[in-house]
Design a protein around this ligand. Structure first.
Ligand code: PGA
Length: 253
């Protein structure tokens, strides 16, 4: 079980350091049945990395470059993220796919770079409201999976793959799919991963749910057998709420 907090483009350095310190403090000495990772903006990574040292919380970045370094002004490579202490990188978040026109091909290259830097990618997939209204959610998610995951990455890398199913219409809206809809989509994703990866390593691949997860709905969503964790946006900016979601997780194993 992995609980990931995506801070998005929020927090200046003081806020970021305070938020990370409060989460570390809240879980210190408590029983934990999950892994926790937080994803601050690039500018906070180094400071938060120092705060997380000797804690049970890992660091992640919200994106990385398609390039491994060189004359690419403004780009941050996967290797640089490893250097600053990251363990995870979110790739292909819908806000990047939609607001920055990121294609699945770019997501695939980024995912490969993340693997090659010995980091774990969290590859995001999910349908828009329009796709859902047209009943196309399965097709869209299948297409995103097959075109965003580099099947040639090798067994060792692919076993580190994490998928986040985040319906675009559920992000930041307070809306979530029903429990049955989540269960159905997760089975579908597993089936597509098996087809795409030819059964290999699929059982090692974690699938997270994301989109308006909060303290009120987290228990129900996370207790589904198929769900291996959550990618949390808004609620991860509140140390008390985020920590209590992490601490309330019971052991599914
Ligand atoms: P949300 O965001 O929890 O605020 O809906 C989730 C995400 O975008 O990862």
């Amino acid at each position: 079980m992995l609980i990931a907090g995506n801070w998005k483009s929020n927090c200046d350095l003081v806020m970021g350091k305070n938020l990370a310190s409060s989460i570390v403090k809240s879980i210190k000495g408590q029983t934990l049945n999950c892994q926790i990772a937080i994803f601050p903006p690039f500018t906070c990574l180094n400071s938060v990395s120092n705060i997380l040292k000797n804690s049970r919380i890992s660091l992640g970045a919200q994106d990385c470059s398609e390039y491994n370094g060189g004359a690419y002004t403004g780009e941050v490579s996967a290797g640089m993220l490893l250097d600053v202490g990251c363990k995870y990188v979110i790739v292909g978040h819908s806000e990047r796919r939609i607001k920055h026109g990121e294609t699945s091909k770019q997501v695939r290259i980024k995912t490969l770079n993340v693997f090659n830097s010995n980091l774990k990618p969290i590859v995001c997939v999910g349908e828009t409201e329009k796709d859902r209204d047209l009943g196309k959610e399965n097709d869209i998610v299948k297409k995103q999976i097959t075109s965003s995951i580099p099947i040639d990455a090798g067994a060792k890398s692919l076993s580190n793959l994490i998928i986040a199913y985040e319906p675009v219409w559920a992000i930041g809206s307070g809306l979530t799919p029903t429990i049955n809809e989540i269960e159905r989509m997760f089975k579908e994703i597993k089936k597509n991963l098996k087809l795409h990866l030819k059964e290999k390593y699929v059982d090692d691949i974690k699938i997270l749910y994301g989109g308006s997860v909060n303290k009120k709905n987290s228990n129900e969503i996370l207790s589904l057998k198929e769900v291996d964790g959550a990618l949390i946006g808004g609620a991860s900016l509140n140390a008390a709420e985020f920590s209590s979601i992490c601490l309330e997780i019971y052991n599914k194993e």
